[in-house]
Design a protein around this ligand. Structure first.
Ligand code: NAP
Length: 278
């Protein structure tokens, strides 16, 4: 199949690597000539160009730009593609993207592969990034079932687990397990910086696996974090406020020396964590 990928960064580049291995012809579009060259050398794409007209024969185009550039990218692409072309995106928020892009292109289906790293750009592209991860598609009532079938087949080729749901429900769910953790992890790192310099230096020397795990998503791509907050503002605020309430409850248990209550809370979290990590 001829597949176009626009935006050859972490997600676009990683998709290209895996889909090429599946025998697809991958046409990559970057804004930068040097990224086109790197993508060809790295085996991310079959062909690379800075011009959208290179996607004239693509059956599927996957838009892998930051959230704020998805709709404008599709507007620039439309003059060059055939009406049957399926356009999908990989944005981390779905409701506002689907609302805008479905109006631009009737064969648009929102997508979100639930995998990533803290790196960005073409150099961060890796093979097998999506294996075992959920790949969400958010069709509307007007979406053709055969188009969903084509995209879920691609997700399966990536060894991802396709999941079809409503865009709004997606945004609420990912707020809890993706966007809230970024803000919690970032505030953890920032809180540590309030310590006086000598102790902070010692803490930095002593930091090990626990801090690595809890600070990972707060130490990632800042632009992506801002886009999550901007595009999923209501859901993120809802989960952040609930989180603050739970943190206050834990503070109260410790102030009251209610060790039994604290143990009960930690037993619940210990028991329930595996349900999030299937
Ligand atoms: P990234 O590594 O920064 O890649 C994005 C690429 O988009 C850039 O390398 C650039 O490619 C292009 N781009 C940047 N700004 C642009 C603009 N203003 N207009 C047009 N193109 C632009 O970021 P990423 O992590 O791959 O994220 C891409 C998308 O994947 C985002 O929508 C994000 O929400 C979603 N996502 C990210 C993750 C994650 O964990 N990182 C996970 C799932 C989904 P060129 O230089 O080649 O033009």
């Amino acid at each position: 199949m001829k597949i176009g990928i626009i935006g050859l960064g972490l997600i676009g580049g990683s998709l290209g690597l895996d889909l090429r291995l599946q025998g697809h012809q991958i046409m990559g579009i970057s804004r930068q000539e040097n990224v086109c060259k790197i993508a060809l050398t790295k085996g991310v794409v079959t062909e690379a160009s800075t011009e959208f007209k290179a996607l004239a024969e693509a059956e599927i185009v996957i838009v892998c730009t930051p959230l704020g550039a998805i709709a404008s990218t599709i507007k620039q692409l439309i003059p060059y593609i055939s009406p049957e072309t399926i356009i999908t995106d990989v944005g981390s928020v779905k409701q506002p993207i689907v609302a805008e892009c479905s109006q631009l292109w009737s064969n648009f289906i929102g997508g979100h592969p639930m995998a990533g790293t803290t790196e960005s750009g073409i150099d961060a592209a890796v093979a097998n990034l999506f294996a075992g991860a959920a790949y969400v598609f958010t069709p509307t009532a007007a979406t053709k079932p055969e188009n969903i079938a084509k995209l879920t087949a691609i997700a399966l080729e990536l060894q991802a687990v396709p999941h079809v749901c409503d865009a709004q429900i997606h945004d609420r769910a990912v707020s809890w397990i993706s966007h809230l953790p970024v803000m919690v992890s970032a505030s953890l790192i920032k809180a540590c910086l309030t310590e006086e310099p000598d102790t902070l230096k010692l803490a930095q020397i002593l930091a090990s696996s626990g801090f690595r795990d809890t600070s990972r998503v707060g130490g990632g791509n800042a632009e992506l974090g801002v886009m999550m907050a901007k595009y999923n503002q209501q859901e993120l605020l809802r989960s952040l406020l609930q989180y603050r309430q739970n943190l206050d409850e834990i503070i109260a248990l410790i102030q009251q020396e209610n060790w039994q209550g604290l143990e009960q809370t930690l037993q619940i979290t210990s028991a329930v964590r595996p349900k999030f990590l299937n």
